[in-house]
Design a protein around this ligand. Sequence first.
Ligand code: SAH
Length: 207
Amino acid sequence: MARLILSLRSQGVTDSKVLNAIESTPRQMFTPELFQDRAWEDSALPIACGQTISQPYIVGLMTQALQIEPRSRVLEIGTGSGYQTAILSKLARLIYTVERYRTLMAEAQARFKALGLTNIITRFGDGGAGWPEQAPFDRIMVTAAAPGEPKALLAQLKPSGILVAPVGRGPVQTLRRYVGDGAGDFAVEVLGDVRFVPLLDGVAKEL
Ligand code: SAH
């Protein structure tokens, strides 16, 4: 684990609050039995439902890019294992997280409970539509690849908010950060190439 933290630091994840959150989140609890020995490797790993737990470096990069403040209310789309959610929960006041697989949502909820993370509000549903009842959010993180500009989610961001999302239709997408100018417009920055599973429409029919 110390080696992972050093590696993240050398790759540019230098925010000490973000590194502390990663260090204090037991990734093995979010990793399937079969990959326990690889839980602290800097790689994405398969989880149930054909999805993946994100690579720690990407988790660090995206979390740092979000510039979370202690009072932030954060929306996360794509709970998956709940690993990224748990890290966000250590940095922000409240996390709202949406997942389209019931099984993944139930497993993630059990982990949050076991870890005593009480500032996470979960929802089984299609996150592409955001969470209108709880909008606007200070920060939004999308952990599945949006095919194009995530307009519905940008509409649920505060005017000075920040949204980070992988955008693109292919196997490799660009990680984008949208920073609100306070007057209804967003500056867009490209943070690099990433590989995420796609953001799909609707909830999953299978468990
Ligand atoms: N942050 C997660 C990454 C999970 S992979 C982790 O570290 O474990 C992306 C997740 O997004 C998958 O679980 C997938 O089911 C979910 N997803 C894809 N499209 C979605 C949608 N429209 N609404 C909600 N979740 C979605």
